[in-house]
Design a protein around this ligand. Structure first.
Ligand SMILES: [Zn+2]
Ligand SMILES: [Zn+2]
Length: 408
């Protein structure tokens, strides 16, 4: 069994495009072929079905492709059923950005440990959004999150075409498996103030369009605060606002992801129930949920024993539903249970603790989504390899060891 890395470009119409890129082992050997053959070889595996389900919206074109391709392997004589396809990059046409999905075929012994459990981190994009990829790779992240714009300012990002190109190239070369964008903290869809609401919607539309340019997986935001007006009174407005964002970014592959809050005064979406009702109000499966472990704990959901994990996750299943869970923000807590204070700690250095993360990561419902660290890091410069490996250990995964070139 080999690792196979593919870069696929569809010519405008879809199926009969060219493969640019590679087969062989993880180091690419350049070759070209018709698009049908490798997909017939590799995409038949069951595991791909899971990925297709998880990445719905990204891969609709591929699903079409699967149904029309035959079993013609002649151009891919060195690719065999059972080979692992670890990265597939689609260029649907010259105006639509590259689409990426990590795909793993199941048969045979997997060459990497559990390719379906993804652990990544929030990284800076100081110096341009393309630089985020290298930072993520340098700490052993499978995927990453960014603030594409300053976190506390209404300042849109004007994406330079050259930066976009560099980003897409680095992303593919690094074999990254996802990119979530975190919106500015100023967004408030529950505000009674009309101007702030309009600004918030406009900002989310901007991120969704940016995500389309960069083929990012999701745009994460905190739903905001009702400022005393009450959750129920603002719920319909939140639903309408989310629908407007989706309508104004109809082709964005990104999920619009609502994150649970830690629960300070007037905030909406700190309980699972509120989170679920916000998503319900939007009425679209393009809206998903991010579960932040620190915010969950600060909101009073305990996960330090196996029973508590079961109770908490069952509550999540009932009030939100795991089919809506897009990702987990993995953070330990500097504050105790129910504190309602948003203070992240390194994994194992807070009130949640390693044991709880191990219990959470033992649950298949949480292993099916990416985990992204937003921790201070050992030297307080942000998520690092040490925290990634602490989480990997809790998940029963082998530690990441960086190649000297990537560590610099
Ligand atoms: Zn978070
Ligand atoms: Zn937080």
């Amino acid at each position: 069994m080999k690792l196979v890395k593919l870069f696929v470009t569809f010519g405008g119409a879809g199926v009969n495009g060219q493969i640019h890129g590679a087969s062989g082992d993880a180091r690419n050997v350049g070759r070209r072929s018709q698009v049908g053959a490798p997909s017939a070889v590799v995409l038949k595996h069951d595991a791909v079905e899971d990925v297709l389900r998880r990445q719905r919206g990204h891969l609709e074109n591929v699903t079409d492709l699967l149904t029309v391709t035959g079993d013609d392997r002649q151009m891919w004589s060195d690719v065999q059923p059972g080979d692992l396809l670890f990265s597939l990059v689609f260029h649907v046409n010259s105006t639509i950005p590259i689409r990426q999905a990590g795909l793993a075929a199941r048969s045979g012994a997997p060459p990497c440990d559990n390719p379906r459990m993804l652990i990544g981190a929030h990284v800076s994009c100081r110096g341009g959004i393309h630089t985020a990829v290298d930072r993520a790779a340098a700490i052993g992240a499978d995927l990453f999150q960014t603030h594409p714009t300053p976190a506390q300012m209404w300042r849109p990002l004007r994406l330079d075409p050259e930066v976009r190109k560099q980003y897409l190239t680095s992303y593919a070369a690094a074999g990254m498996r996802g990119h979530y964008m975190h919106a500015v903290y100023l967004i408030n869809l529950a505000t009674p103030k009309d101007q702030l609401l309009r600004q918030s919607i406009g900002s989310l539309v901007h991120y969704m369009q940016l995500a389309e340019q960069l083929n990012a997986d999701g745009v994460i935001f905190h739903p905001g605060s009702h400022l005393g007006a009450g959750f129920d009174g603002m719920l319909e407005q939140m639903g309408t606002a989310l629908r407007e964002v989706l309508e104004r970014a109809p082709d964005s592959p990104a999920k619009l992801v609502v994150e649970n809050s830690a629960g300070s005064g007037g905030c909406v979406g700190c309980s699972f129930e509120e989170l679920g009702r916000i998503v319900d109000a939007a009425g679209s499966d393009r809206v998903g949920v991010c579960l932040d472990t620190q915010h969950m704990f600060a909101s009073g959901y305990d996960v330090r024993t196996a029973e508590q994990v079961a109770t908490t996750l069952d509550r999540f299943a009932t009030d939100v539903g795991f089919e809506r869970l897009a990702l987990v923000h993995a953070n330990d807590s500097r504050r105790p249970l129910g504190s309602n204070v948003d203070r992240h700690a390194n994994i194992g250095e807070g009130e949640i603790g390693t044991e709880a993360f191990t219990l959470l990561l033992a649950d298949d419902r949480l292993r099916g989504v990416p985990w992204i660290l937003e921790v201070p890091g050992e030297d307080r410069s942000g998520p690092d390899l040490a925290n990634i490996n602490r989480l990997r250990e809790c998940a029963g995964l082998a530690p990441r060891v960086l190649e000297p070139a990537a560590a610099g």
